[in-house]
Design a protein around this ligand. Structure first.
Ligand code: BEZ
Length: 211
């Protein structure tokens, strides 16, 4: 069954390029990104893994652990690593699950038979410290993901988890945010001492509260 926002991220134990990983133990109280790749030794996937490796310090800064998956065996993953360095200049620095028997792919509904009946699509699951799924994305094999966008979304998820705000279209860390509509003006004045601008009764902007 499809995994929906707010569901508990299913736990699993899997072989990875960094040894056996039990997902919940490995992630602990951190945030996590679990993302799938259709196949080893393929062009888009090679660029994606290199890009995530390059961005690893940005994920670390946000206390986000990253784990990839493809349905190829560990021996293929090991052979592919050098290609990733050759092409992108970045070394794989996070675990890549070898899901040859599709245990994890099936658990997370990553194989979409009408797209391809053996390979995973490009799935992304962002999981919170409470092990609940906070975001899902699904891209086809032919379209590489934008990992800057993933970081932007994580900034929003982490901010809105801790403050009574929402983030507007195209928001980036540091920009004004929306006061949660559930708050009255009086409550908003108390919560946001920097004040807010009332564009509409339901749309009030305030400086990012954790800045
Ligand atoms: C790719 O990563 O380029 C790719 C993988 C599977 C199918 C098509 C493209």
């Amino acid at each position: 069954m499809a995994i929906r926002l707010g569901d508990e991220a299913p736990d699993f134990t899997a072989d990875t390029t960094e040894g056996t990983v039990n997902f919940h133990d490995w992630k602990g109280d951190s945030w996590a990104v679990l993302f799938s790749h259709p196949k080893d030794f393929t062009p888009v996937c090679t660029t994606e893994l290199g890009r995530v490796a390059e961005l690893k310090p940005e994920f670390d800064k946000r206390d986000v652990k990253v784990i990839g998956l493809s349905v190829d065996p560990l021996t293929d993953h090991e052979g592919w690593k050098q290609d990733i360095v050759d092409v992108t200049g970045s070394e794989l620095n996070f675990p890549l699950i070898a899901d040859s028997d599709r245990t994890v792919s099936d658990l997370y509904d990553m194989v979409h038979p009408n797209a391809n009946d053996t390979l995973t699509v490009r799935s992304v699951f962002v999981v919170g410290p409470d092990n609940k799924v906070k975001l899902t994305l699904t891209y086809p094999a032919s379209t590489g993901r934008n990992f800057d966008e993933l970081l932007r979304v994580i900034d929003s998820l982490q901010l809105t988890a801790n403050h009574s705000v929402a983030t507007p279209a195209d928001w980036k860390d540091g920009e004004d945010v929306i006061v949660a509509p559930a708050l009255s003006d009086e409550e908003a004045e108390e919560k946001f001492p920097k004040g807010f601008e009332k564009k509409k009764p339901y749309l009030r902007l305030t400086p990012q509260p954790n800045r």
